[in-house]
Design a protein around this ligand. Structure first.
Ligand code: SAM
Ligand code: SF4
Length: 368
């Protein structure tokens, strides 16, 4: 683990005015050993070791499959402070979380988010956390890439659905492709491994998948394709956007040699190696192949709500437990109780008879 570099970011303050070095660490002892007594094991024997945290529901883009153009965001007073997010994440790490992904909304638009990343980096240094990473739209990477690397982040996912600037603007409504591409260059220059996420959209970018794959592999990046999921109300009909990845794979097989490989990053993607490019291609197929049997993750929103499954409405309010006491006892009990309710799986359907969303919240609330 690279030692934390003391940059100007050290002087950044959290919302309560704490410097990072002043973050309460007294609750950090007794970090759990994976599989140990305090590990989170759900009723189906799956160990929860991966926490995805949506640090904000806000975003500087309005991707057509993710948000409506006119979104109502949460009032700021409902959000957990950065200190509270740190305390919650630390409680999960003590319970055996080994991989933590910050997401959103757009995580890098949350004010002072680098304070949180620096605070969490102490768990990388102690070895309690294996990986701290984030999923971003890349718009703010140019200014944050170096600090991310300094705080121990080594891999990031950047979402790009097209390399055509005009189409990029159409899909994201507000995005600028050049800025994102510059952000990716800055991330690579800082030493971050970048994986590209591309949502496969029928008649929108399905003809670009091959070009995207060649570009990613040429730049030393993996590419992961994602099926659209029915989350939250958007304008338009999701049946029009839905492109099964089984079909994409079949099309690619006509021109490429795809070899299944056991490569895993802790997420739900299944990877192949593409002989012709020498690169890796991942498929996230919640619709055509339900990946729940090996699900090791839970999702925390920026208001402290824990979702045990992306595709179900059941949730636990951890904010009340967090605020109920300075001791972590109520919080730990609330987490245990929630993990005990983790469902076996979800059952997404997109067809002409199921036009509404499977769950009412948007991906930007739960964190993709
Ligand atoms: N703003 C960041 C970004 O775009 O990478 C992080 C949050 S975003 C919700 C995380 C991922 O979810 C992105 O790769 C995005 O493309 C994907 N996503 C959003 N809505 C989706 C949906 N309805 N179906 C499938 N993927 C979706
Ligand atoms: Fe923002 Fe990411 Fe949703 Fe696009 S996918 S609107 S970038 S949160």
């Amino acid at each position: 683990m690279t030692p934390m570099v003391q940059t100007d970011a050290v002087k950044r303050v959290g919302e309560q005015g704490n410097r990072v070095s002043e973050t309460p660490n007294s609750m950090d002892h007794d970090i759990a050993v994976p599989g140990g007594q305090s590990s989170m094991i759900d009723p189906f024997g799956r160990m929860v070791s991966y926490l995805r945290v949506s640090v904000t529901d806000r975003c500087d883009f309005r991707c057509v499959y993710c948000m409506a153009e006119d979104m109502t965001f949460l009032p700021k007073r409902d959000l957990l402070t950065l200190e509270e997010l740190d305390r919650l994440c630390t409680a999960f790490i003590k319970k055996g979380v080994r991989k933590l992904r910050l997401t959103g909304g757009e995580p890098l638009v949350r004010r002072n988010v680098m304070w949180l990343i620096e605070a969490l980096s102490r768990h990388l240094q102690s070895g309690a956390l294996e990986e701290l990473t984030l999923t971003t739209n890349g718009s703010q990477l140019g200014r944050h890439a170096q600090a991310l690397h300094d705080f121990g982040v080594r891999r990031i996912n950047v979402s790009i659905d097209t390399l055509d600037a005009e189409k990029f603007h159409d899909i994201t409504r507000w995005g600028n492709l050049d800025k994102v591409l510059d952000g990716i260059k800055a991330a690579q220059a800082a030493g971050l491994h970048v994986k590209i996420n591309m949502v496969a959209l029928k008649s929108v970018n399905e003809n670009e998948i091959e070009d995207m794959m060649r570009w990613c592999h040429g730049e030393g990046m993996d590419l992961t394709l994602i099926e659209t999921m029915p989350l939250g109300e958007i304008e338009g009909d999701r049946t029009d956007q839905y492109l099964p990845l089984s079909q994409v794979r079949a099309n690619l097989l006509e021109r490429y040699t795809l070899k299944d490989i056991p490569y895993k990053t802790g997420g739900p993607a299944r990877y192949v190696e593409v002989a012709e490019t020498g690169g890796r291609l991942g498929f996230i197929t919640p619709m055509t192949h339900n990946f729940c049997e090996s699900c090791n993750r839970v999702r925390l929103t920026c208001t402290g709500t824990l979702y045990m499954c992306l595709g179900k409405d059941d949730a636990a309010d951890l904010r009340s437990a967090l605020r109920a006491s300075e001791s972590n006892e109520p919080l730990n009990s609330a987490i245990d109780e929630a993990i005990g309710r983790k469902p076996k799986g979800h059952d997404f359907i997109i067809d002409r008879d199921h036009k509404g969303p499977a769950v009412s919240r948007h991906m930007s609330v739960t964190g993709g």
